[in-house]
Ligand binder design. Structure first.
Ligand code: SF4
Ligand code: SF4
Ligand code: SF4
Ligand code: FES
Length: 354
């Protein structure tokens, strides 16, 4: 017989070691979260996931409280909603949240929660965090707006536990608290490798993609799933497209092989698609050193002819091939097959080995 606990009056199974949040989800109850990041150590920072546990002296954070046998949990009581609402109000007052000017407008969990709790007036005075830490907009990829940061710590978890880049951490204390890089340097002068995972997980508008700024609101965007074109790993990504143009790229959560991660190339390096300098046809270098455009048939015929000439004169080992790491694995396999079986040489390598 499996272990059970009582969830909103209903006997519900759970796996030993499971937190209330996860067990409730399996039991069909969604508990709202802000700081919880699947797959990392719970920090219990935001207190949005509060639930009532019978016998407990205070409300408990569902993301970091393990279920115990027979535990009675209530997720929808008046007390729970009162506490969650208060915490949303406090978070709204912890910075400057003027949604109209925010890139995250329409894609912000704090905004969703404020809407859910029908918060229309701010009971507490807003703290102008921007007075302490001005917006960091000095690198070409990521904007850090500290006035919208709710210090949930998801970016830190993503950087340290998901990507294991260890570029950021919680810094300073009290009202001066801030997410910092080593030495509190701007991202581009720090250990940050610009994978953008912190942006991906930020639940509000504190970290945003600079290149996407002003190019489309979430409700105007169509998300198209694709495989990253950069290497043979095959990471799954969403292209955010407006009017046929890619606005930004995010990772597909829970999809193999990347499980919600992307590297700097997959996430940010899509500009080449629209580059004026992009090669769209083969180029053949003439005897005078100048390139001229050619058809694929002409170019491939020329290469085959040159291969035959070289093999005839110096043998197949006079030719070597280097397969491209940006190719899919099947293409790399075919490349080595072509070199060994057709050309007749073992001079075949792959640039990822460098
Ligand atoms: S972070 Fe969210 S709540 Fe704050 S201004 Fe932006 S959209 Fe509004
Ligand atoms: S971009 Fe990547 S490396 Fe840089 S802080 Fe964010 S998660 Fe860490
Ligand atoms: S930058 Fe975003 S993810 Fe990081 S602590 Fe602030 S609100 Fe949370
Ligand atoms: S989600 Fe549980 S404390 Fe933030």
């Amino acid at each position: 017989m499996s272990d059970t606990f009582i969830l909103n009056g209903k006997e519900t199974p759970y796996t030993p070691g499971q937190m209330i949040l996860e067990a409730a989800k399996v039991g069909g109850i969604e508990i709202p979260t802000l700081c919880y990041l699947k797959g990392s150590t719970p920090t219990g920072a935001c207190r949005i996931c509060l639930v009532e546990v019978k016998g407990a002296r205070s409300l408990m954070a569902a993301c970091s409280t393990p279920v115990t046998p027979g535990m009675e949990v209530f997720t929808e009581t008046a007390l729970v909603h009162q506490a969650r609402k208060l915490n949303v109000e406090l978070l709204l007052s912890s910075g400057t949240h003027n949604c109209l000017t925010c890139e995250a407008n329409g894609n912000c969990r704090l905004q969703d929660l404020a809407y859910f709790y029908k918060i229309t007036d701010l009971r507490f005075e807003e703290k102008a965090a921007s007075d302490i830490y001005p917006k960091e907009d000095r690198n070409p990829l990521i904007v850090r707006d500290f006035s919208r940061c709710i210090l949930c710590g998801r970016c830190v978890q993503a950087c340290n536990e998901v990507m294991v880049n260890r570029a950021i951490s919680q810094g300073y204390r009290g009202k001066e608290s801030k997410i910092v890089t080593g030495g509190d340097l701007p991202y581009h002068e720090s250990e940050c490798v610009f994978c953008g995972q912190c942006v991906e997980v930020c639940p509000v508008g504190a970290l945003t993609e600079k290149k996407a700024k002003g190019l489309g609101r979430p409700w105007e965007i169509k998300k198209i799933r694709t495989t990253c074109p950069y290497c043979g790993v095959g990471c799954q990504q969403w292209l955010h497209v407006k009017d046929g143009k890619i606005v930004k790229v995010t990772a597909v959560e829970d999809a193999q092989p990347n499980m919600g991660r992307l590297c700097v190339k997959g996430r940010f390096a899509y500009d080449f698609i629209y580059s004026e300098e992009r090669l769209k046809t083969p180029l053949i270098r003439e005897a005078n050193g100048e390139f001229r455009e050619a058809s694929w048939d002409e170019a491939l015929d020329l290469v085959a002819e040159k291969f035959k000439e070289i093999i005839k004169k110096d043998g197949p080992d006079a030719i070597a091939g280097v397969s491209c790491a940006r190719s899919i694995n099947e293409d790399s396999y075919q490349m080595q097959k072509f070199f060994r079986a057709v050309i007749g040489t073992n001079n075949i390598d792959h640039c990822a080995r460098t």
